[in-house]
Design a protein. Structure first.
Length: 643
């Protein structure tokens, strides 16, 4: 978000300089850059309340006297008769509509509206849309303007789950699919709620009668829509992070005032409806616990002063959270607010005991040795998100998660690795061997966290002639782990495919155990692999193609065994941007007949498009042409051409 320094200090009578404001923002945790007296703010997703001039100034209140009063329309407003129906009250708890009719010429922009476009170098659209954009910048509440002559009094807000065409006001046509919150008129989408309005009801420079929508949408209904439909939307950015549900009347009265500053208002009417009453969130005020969290002495009066300046109210030793702070849920959040005001650098440091350095090094060496062993045996390491949407009795719940769909810390690695396996199976991998080493957390017993190894595998044992026809089972894992740690007792399990979204029948074998239980590695591993990784040991990520793969098998009879190495080297070094992999899946040396039979499997896949038979056949033709030229090498069933 970009905000002008002069717009911020217009609300701060003491007029601090730009460097001082910048220092305060950094103290509050608001990362930013400054260019030509414009702050380019990088706000965390949980601070949607700061996505406006007023929101940022509110956060500066502990340091300065602030003045957020704005000129608003004070006269009584007539009731607007509107045939609007809200069929999705759980998705939209508060909504208001303002109808304004104007007459005469619109004056040149003046005051803060003029400064907004000039200082931020923003392009103008039309009178009502320009005011809507400015209100969102100043107060944080998006509004949407409909040309009143293009919309009837009968329209509704609905959650639909069907495909519908939608023509945005930016001239882009999209097909909305799946679950969507929309405004409908005569069955047509006129607004993708919280994201963007439609072309059919949009305002223009000729609009003289407008209906302004001011709503509070459940963020869950808005999240991801602008990305899904590739619609750049400042409104969606704010609605996704949560908007103050109690600001509508002030916002709309501010809107009326700015209109009246520029043109004569012929008529103004308002429609307001609340479908779910808002209840302020309350937290018991425990100054001692706040002190314990922060590691500082208890000063209840100072804590109270900070909280009051930040907009919190305190009644009967209870903290009442302001309606615009949907990120505050518990005393830890309150302690964080106080810490930001104090400044983390100003909180005294305390010493604590770290584990012995050699213990940390030993576990890292053990981890690296296990990784090296598994990778050498054809396994691939994966790294998954530790936050999940699976609630368990022994799972820690995150009070203020960055992603509301991932509120819990995982207690095991199984679900994550199953998802990894299914992902690879859907991409036609027939030999899948994966592992992950990570901390997991549990509320059971005194042990809160432990580092575990998770292994999952399915399909062929390997892509070589010895293992190609063998299938992975629990015996395979037992033999593998015996090579790694002969004395460790393991208990691999088979995961039931009936509970998974898959039609394959191969066994899924899973093993999870504490990493420390493998500290009796085989003597060969202990002597040869006791090292930590170097920087150049790490393998770079290779993108996974989303397009389907295709395989071809070529089998050769080699009567002149001296030519065996030439054929093998040719195949394994063959390069084509259409070939993903080549390996030997069959091999037989008939010493009696002095003949070698060898089979190569070629996996074709492209990163740009679905590969065609024509492309594959061209590569195969090139290979056959070369191998046909080698004396004593034939493809059974195929006659050599004369050259």
């Amino acid at each position: 978000m970009k905000v002008a320094y002069k717009h911020l200090i217009s609300c701060i009578p003491s007029k601090p300089n730009i460097d001082e404001i910048s220092e305060r923002f950094f103290q509050l945790g608001h990362e930013h850059e400054i260019e030509d007296e414009i702050f380019n703010m990088e706000l965390t997703p949980n601070r949607g309340d700061c996505l406006s001039v007023h929101g940022l100034v509110r956060d500066l209140a502990p340091f300065y006297e602030i003045d957020l009063t704005s000129d608003i329309y004070e006269k009584e407003l007539k009731e607007l008769e509107l045939g609007f129906v809200n069929h999705a009250p759980e998705a939209c708890s508060h909504i208001s509509f303002l109808k304004i009719e104007i007459e005469g010429e619109i004056a040149a922009y003046r005051g803060k509206l003029k400064e907004y476009f000039k200082d931020l170098s923003i392009n103008k659209n039309n009178f009502f849309t320009d005011i809507s954009n400015y209100i969102s910048y100043e107060m944080g509440q998006p509004t949407h303007c409909y040309d009143a002559k293009k919309i009837s009094n009968l329209f509704s807000l609905e959650i639909i789950e069907e495909d519908k065409k939608f023509h945005t006001l930016l001239e882009k046509e999209v097909v909305i699919k799946g679950r969507n919150l929309v405004f409908l008129e005569d069955g047509n989408v006129i607004n993708l709620a919280g994201v963007m309005g439609g072309k059919s009801t949009s305002c223009s420079t000729n609009t003289k009668s407008v209906i302004i929508e001011c709503a509070h949408f459940n963020p869950e209904e808005i999240i991801g829509k602008s990305v899904k439909y590739d619609i750049k939307s400042d409104a969606a950015h704010k609605f996704e992070r949560g908007i103050d549900p109690l600001c509508h009347e002030e916002v709309l009265r501010r809107f009326i005032q700015i209109v009246s500053d520029h043109v004569n208002i012929k008529n103004v009417e308002i429609y307001k409806d609340t479908f779910v009453d808002y209840t302020h969130f309350k937290i018991p005020f425990d100054a001692n616990k706040i002190s314990d969290i922060l590691g500082i002495s208890n000063d209840k009066k100072v804590f109270e002063e900070y909280l009051l300046k930040l907009g919190f109210n305190i009644v009967d030793n209870t903290i009442i959270v302001p309606s615009y702070r949907n990120d505050i849920k518990n005393l830890n959040d309150i302690a964080e607010e106080i810490a930001r005001v104090i400044g983390y650098n100003n909180i005294p440091a305390t010493s604590f005991q770290l584990p012995p350095a050699n213990a940390v090094t030993d576990i890292k060496i053990l981890e690296q040795n296990v990784k090296d062993f598994l990778i050498k045996n054809g396994f691939f390491e994966v790294i998954n998100n530790p936050f999940v949407n699976i609630e368990r009795d022994n799972a820690f719940k995150v009070d203020n998660p960055l992603d509301s769909n991932r509120q819990f810390i995982r207690t095991n690695l199984e679900n994550s690795l199953v998802e990894n396996l299914l992902y690879n199976e859907r991409r036609q991998q027939d030999s899948i061997k994966l592992f992950e080493i990570s901390d997991v957390y549990s509320t059971y017993s005194n042990l809160k966290n432990k580092k575990v190894l998770g292994i999952i595998c399915s399909g062929r044992v390997g892509k070589n002639y010895l293992d190609f026809s063998k299938k992975i089972n629990t015996k395979f894992i037992r033999n593998l782990m015996k090579k790694l740690s002969p004395k460790t007792s393991i208990n691999p399990i088979n995961i039931d495919r009936n509970s998974l979204n898959t039609k394959l029948k191969n066994e899924i074998v899973y093993l999870e155990l504490e990493l420390n239980s493998l500290n009796d590695l085989s003597s060969e591993l202990e002597s040869n692999q006791k090292k930590l990784p170097r920087e150049n040991d790490f393998i770079k990520y290779s993108p996974v193609s989303e397009y389907p793969s295709s395989s071809r098998d070529l089998s050769f009879s080699i009567k002149n065994t001296d030519k065996f190495h030439e054929v093998q080297e040719y195949f394994l070094s063959y390069k084509s941007n259409l070939i993903k992999e080549i390996f030997i899946f069959d091999f037989y040396n008939n010493k009696k007949n002095n003949e070698i039979k060898i089979g190569f499997r070629i996996i074709f896949q492209s990163h740009q498009a679905t590969i065609t038979d024509y492309e594959i056949n061209n590569v195969i033709k090139d290979i056959i042409t070369y191998t046909n030229s080698i004396k004593g090498v034939t493809i059974p069933g195929m006659h050599k051409e004369n050259h």
